[in-house]
Design a protein around this ligand. Structure first.
Ligand code: G1P
Length: 292
């Protein structure tokens, strides 16, 4: 199984980060010196993905512009000898073949993914949720770990993470059976469970490798949690027909879709930044002394 296509749903309204996201797509908010979406595209590319479809909406054209050349800026930088900056700007546009489709109505994650049907065709493909940034210091990126499991078991593989009760009700839950270290057979799943209906504290977490059979399943999926067409409900239908495994991938996960998660990611990435890291470490230590 070779996975070369990925879908990034990015058509959400970004209501958890208002007013910053009133006119700037939440995917374009800067995490230190790059927009959030770039980290997602970099993970996909590092996992062997060549073609990426971003599902957008009418308020997100800043994203299309970002992954394009900017000749006026780049020529100006070149003329003033800032060759590295010009190259950095152009490299963003050359990272992958990026395609766009609009989700014309906000009808849920399952509906957004369904928009990728023609792009995906008849191949297994990856999904990376734009809010979930996965950091791996060494070793394979989160998506690579999923692709390896999908190849090994020749089936769909989805990311999972054990979370506490406060979070499981905001995500989804999985009924699973251990298969090998960090990999489980999936027996059942549900979206936005209550503490009574949760199947375990293993939530689905931001990364998926799915077979194209998901599109038939989504076509017949009725609106679920929040009145939206849920990807989880489509996958649950697929589970009746195909094997699926869950991978508790080895990576630090940041939820940049809410303010605290965004701040945590900002500080951690800034601390790792080659130019700003040492300065920030000293600043935080001085600040902590003052706050004592
Ligand atoms: C989405 C998915 C959910 C998953 C969560 C975290 O929910 O629908 O199954 O657990 O992302 O990756 P959302 O955060 O969009 O409500």
């Amino acid at each position: 199984m070779k996975v070369t296509k990925a879908v990034i749903p990015a058509a959400g309204l970004g209501t958890r980060m208002l007013p910053a996201t009133k006119t700037v797509p939440k995917e374009m908010l800067p995490l230190v010196d790059k927009p959030v979406i770039q980290y997602i595209v970099e993970e996909a590319v590092a996992s062997g993905i060549e073609d990426i479809l971003i599902v957008t909406n009418r308020a997100k054209s800043a994203m299309d512009d970002y992954f394009d050349y900017h000749p006026e800026l780049e020529h100006r930088l070149e003329r003033s000898g800032k060759l590295h900056e010009a190259e950095t700007s152009r490299a963003v546009a050359d990272m992958a073949n990026i395609f766009y489709v609009r989700q014309k109505e906000t009808k849920g994650l399952g509906h957004a993914i369904w928009r990728a049907k023609r792009f995906v065709g008849d191949e297994p493909f990856a999904i990376l949720l734009g809010d979930d940034i996965m950091y791996t210091e060494q070793g394979a990126p989160a998506l690579t770990q999923l692709i390896a499991a999908a190849e090994k078991y020749e089936c769909s593989a989805i990311g999972t993470r054990e979370v506490d009760d406060e979070h499981i009700v905001k995500y989804s839950s999985l009924k699973i059976k251990p298969l090998e270290e960090r990999i489980y057979d999936i027996l059942d799943m549900n979206e936005k469970p209550t503490l009574e209906t949760k199947l375990s504290n293993h939530a689905i977490m931001g990364r998926y490798v799915l077979t194209p059979a998901i599109f038939d399943a989504l076509e017949n999926t009725a609106p679920g949690a929040g009145g939206e067409i849920q990807l989880t409900d489509g996958m649950r239908a697929l589970l009746g027909r195909e094997r699926m495994v869950a991978v508790d991938f080895n990576a630090k996960r940041y939820d940049t879709g809410n303010l605290c998660g965004f701040l945590e990611a900002t500080i951690d990435y800034a601390l790792r930044h080659p130019e700003a890291g040492d300065w920030l470490r000293d600043f935080i230590l001085r600040k902590a002394e003052m706050l004592k």
